[in-house]
Design a protein around this ligand. Sequence first.
Ligand code: NI
Ligand code: MN
Length: 230
Amino acid sequence: MASTLTWLGHGTWLIETQGHRVLLDPFLNDNPKAPLKADQVECEYILISHGHFDHVADAASVAKRTGATVVAIFEICQWLQNQGVENAQPLNLGGGCQLPWGRVQLTPALHSSQLPDGTYGGEPGGFLLSLPEGKVYFACDTALFSDMKLIARGGLEVAVLPIGDTFTMGPEDALEAVKLLQPRWVIPCHYNTWPPIEQDAQAWAQQVRQHTTSQPMVLEPGEKFTLGQQ
Ligand code: NI
Ligand code: MN
């Protein structure tokens, strides 16, 4: 079965691959766009990009209920383990690990990363996943940075980029990111959750079609993208 990426609104994704379920940046209960609540999601792994509430809010509760293994920078793993999360795979920037469904690498991001209670969250990151259909890059919360072209070496099947502006790069810089990354597909996220990050994703997709060779895919919260499409 082909791998799929389901957008759960904002920066939250459910990745289903080879019979495994992987949740990225769980922010469900207080996310006005999430199609489900934290107690409705099942997963074996939880990837966390950085310490902000809109990325970690439901991490501890989902990890404790499901027994999922948290994959995150060392400091965030420690913070969750202090709350009773049992399974963690700590990483640091540039490092990766092989999981039963593919390699996961923690990539740099230009952002900040304090945890909700003020604890130091380490450095913010993104994730590069090696799936059977190709590599998938979740930039997560970040500004544009030129080393994106290093992350993309070897080719990307999909890049998932924030376009919301205000707290991450906005549409213009995200378009530049597409040019650096040259993914086969690009999917926008981290927009329209609240008024300060409202964006016209269809207009952005039109810019991507006009100015790059990547194919944009605009999802609604709850919709999934199936990898390996032409
Ligand atoms: Ni953030
Ligand atoms: Mn965020």
